[in-house]
Design a protein around this ligand. Structure first.
Ligand SMILES: [Fe+2]
Length: 206
């Protein structure tokens, strides 16, 4: 029974997410090889961000990282992993983690809102999560964000974060407000079912 539910969920993810990915791939920006790539403009370089204190190694390989008890609206995150502009990377491991609706991270072995994804030859990855709640950092709230850690054989490890366009807390946050984060403040889209989506293409360097 559990397995059946799992299979149905995988089918569901494949059907719903890949339609949106196909749209995003068709709209890939032309990215040229350039030794003088400017990380601020994201010329084939995804900029780094802090790891933060809530990283927990060993997250399971799962696309849907929403725990069953969470009732928040889902968000699909998807994109491609490339190396040095033009090489779609197979066997890249994309790991994400985010806070729950209340801005709290699960650090238990349940690995709620944590997951890893290994890319195939198309370089594509996808996750189903939620738009995380905000949490206090000193006297101010950090904007809503999702943490990423990406590794691939032969490429530099990348630790980064994404933020959401029009989040009013971005300007007060030292990391999100940094110019290097500009290309990681992303607009929400909608898939054909009206579910929120966000596309984050990742460029690794050698
Ligand atoms: Fe965080």
């Amino acid at each position: 029974m559990e397995e059946q539910r799992d299979i149905k969920r995988r089918d569901f993810l494949k059907k719903t997410v890949w339609v949106a990915v196909a749209v995003s791939v068709s709209g890939l920006k032309a990215c040229k090889e350039d030794d003088n790539a400017d990380p601020i403009k994201n010329d084939c370089v995804t900029t780094k961000d802090i790891l933060g204190p809530f990283y927990k190694a060993g997250a399971p390989y799962q696309e849907n990282i929403i725990p069953p008890e969470n009732m928040a609206a889902p968000l699909y995150i998807m994109g491609k992993v490339s190396g040095n502009c033009n090489t779609l990377l197979k066997d890249a491991i994309v790991e994400i983690w985010n806070a729950n609706t209340e801005g709290i991270y699960d650090t238990s072995d349940a690995y709620k809102f944590r997951g890893q994804f290994k890319t195939e030859t198309d370089g594509l990855y996808r996750f189903k999560t939620i738009i995380p709640g905000r949490y206090l950092n000193g006297g101010t709230y950090r904007p809503s964000h999702i943490h990423f850690r990406i590794t691939a054989p032969g490429y530099n490890e990348l630790v980064s974060q994404i933020y959401f366009k029009d989040d009013p807390f971005i300007t007060e946050d030292p990391w999100a407000a940094d110019p290097s984060a500009a290309e990681r403040i992303l607009p929400l889209g909608k898939d054909e079912n009206g579910t929120d989506t966000v596309t984050f293409d990742i460029y690794l360097t050698t």
